[in-house]
Design a binder for this molecule. Structure first.
Ligand SMILES: Cc1cc2nc3c(=O)[nH]c(=O)nc-3n(C[C@H](O)[C@H](O)[C@H](O)COP(=O)(O)OP(=O)(O)OC[C@H]3O[C@@H](n4cnc5c(N)ncnc54)[C@H](O)[C@@H]3O)c2cc1C
Length: 375
């Protein structure tokens, strides 16, 4: 088979690259970032036994993955705004959602590829069809490469997507504001006790506090607010104290150990607006090109995006390995299954959340992001 050209070395693109490598299919990945450490990779991801872990298995990396799992982090509690513990689930080591740091997962995949597979500092600016399923990819520096099979794994703002679809992401109506508390057991003990050994969720209508105990005793918080974008635009996030005070104001009257996750942040608060592609986004088959992960089906965070990106990568890799002489058959098989997954993604995410939280009152379940009452 010809070399597969992947744009984007996120979890989706790298899982695809690794599965192709396992099947001895040549692959090259072009990545905009300058190096694996050029940008902080975000927090912990729970990797699910029904999608993310299946992808890791297809990549032949289960043993390496188990070595990255942070013990005890599947513990989960739901608190009320007054700090009362409403639900508590311990991590007994049997859960299907072990947690690992995103940067570690990415490095695991990078380490499992031949040196030179990923070409760093290669930002794609666009791509055009040359006919016969071939594409010319143009980089920001003006250079070009020709791809026999092109895969856009370049995330929300994909430069490959326009070859397949006119859809562009729109604001999803919610945003996260991210903070970190370091050495929390000693420096922020009340907040550390509230979060416990794993993750905390304190949901209320239109707002929630999510926090994770990451490696060591770092607490990573995502404050979730349902607000229009211009509400956030009016806050000066370059002034950390002002922004922190404005976000904390939305949680007036909440327990101090919860608001401390915002007000005691050791890093400036970072705004992360959520964007989404249309639900069930799909396209007609275009020879020689496809998409995986957020490029194909960006959704507001619901705990599935990274898992689905890895699963897409693995499924596409397996389809190409199964049809070495017929790229179009492989792409058709991959896309049809992926479109079906996408059309059911919200219902699936809600079903898995219910499985996890099934024994809690519906009124509380309805507040949990990703859960929809009618499903
Ligand atoms: C705040 C937040 C929290 C989240 N939490 C979770 C969670 O707990 N669990 C979960 O499963 N999902 C979570 N997600 C969703 C998850 O992060 C994404 O769904 C996942 O990263 C998608 O992977 P990907 O490989 O498709 O894209 P990305 O991870 O976005 O990777 C795309 C790669 O392409 C590169 N790239 C982009 N443009 C170009 C270009 N023009 N040229 C070359 N390279 C380019 C980027 O630098 C990047 O390396 C969260 C998302 C957010 C925003």
């Amino acid at each position: 088979m010809h070399t597969v050209t992947i744009i984007g070395a996120g979890l989706g693109g790298l899982t695809l690259a690794r599965v192709l490598h396992v099947h001895q299919i040549p692959v090259v990945v072009y990545e905009a970032e300058a190096s694996p450490t050029a940008r902080a990779q975000g927090g912990m991801l729970d990797i699910h036994d029904y999608n993310g872990q299946l992808a890791i298995e297809a990549a032949g990396l289960m043993e390496e993955f188990r070595g990255l799992v942070l013990e005890g982090r599947q513990a989960m509690r739901i608190l009320g705004p007054d700090g009362a513990v409403l639900v508590e689930k311990a991590d007994d080591g049997t859960g299907g959602r072990p947690e690992a740091q995103r940067a570690d997962l990415r490095q695991m995949l990078l380490d499992a590829l031949p040196a030179g597979t990923v070409r760093w500092r290669r930002r794609v600016s666009g791509a055009r069809a040359l006919g016969g399923g071939r594409h010319e990819v143009t980089f920001a520096d003006g250079s070009t490469v020709t791809a026999d099979l092109l895969v856009g794994a370049d995330g929300a703002w994909s430069r490959v997507r326009p070859l397949l679809s006119e859809a562009t992401p729109v604001y999803a109506g919610t945003s996260f504001v991210e903070t970190y508390l370091f050495d929390a057991d000693t420096r922020h003990p009340a907040a550390a006790r509230a979060v416990g050994g794993g993750s905390l969720m304190a949901p209320a209508p239109d707002r929630a506090i999510h926090a994770h105990r990451e490696r060591g005793d770092t607490l990573h918080t995502y404050v979730e607010l349902t607000k229009p974008q211009d509400w956030f635009d009016a806050i000066d996030f370059t002034d950390a104290a002002v922004a922190t005070a404005r976000i904390a104001q939305e949680f007036d009257g909440w327990a101090p150990e919860l608001t401390a996750l915002i007000t005691d942040g050791d890093t400036p608060p970072v705004l992360r607006p959520h964007y989404t592609l249309p639900a069930g986004h799909r396209w007609d088959r275009v020879p020689g090109v496809t998409l995986v992960g957020d490029a194909a089906h960006l959704q507001a965070p619901n705990g599935e995006g990274a898992n689905l990106a890895m699963y897409d990568g693995a499924e596409l890799g397996k389809a190409l390995a199964a049809h070495p002489d017929d790229i179009e058959a492989a792409l058709t098989e991959y896309e049809q299954a992926m479109f079906t997954r996408n059309s059911q993604a919200d219902a699936e995410a809600a079903r898995h959340l219910e499985e996890m939280f099934g024994d809690i009152p519906e009124s509380l379940l309805a507040l949990i992001p990703g859960h929809q009452q009618d499903q």
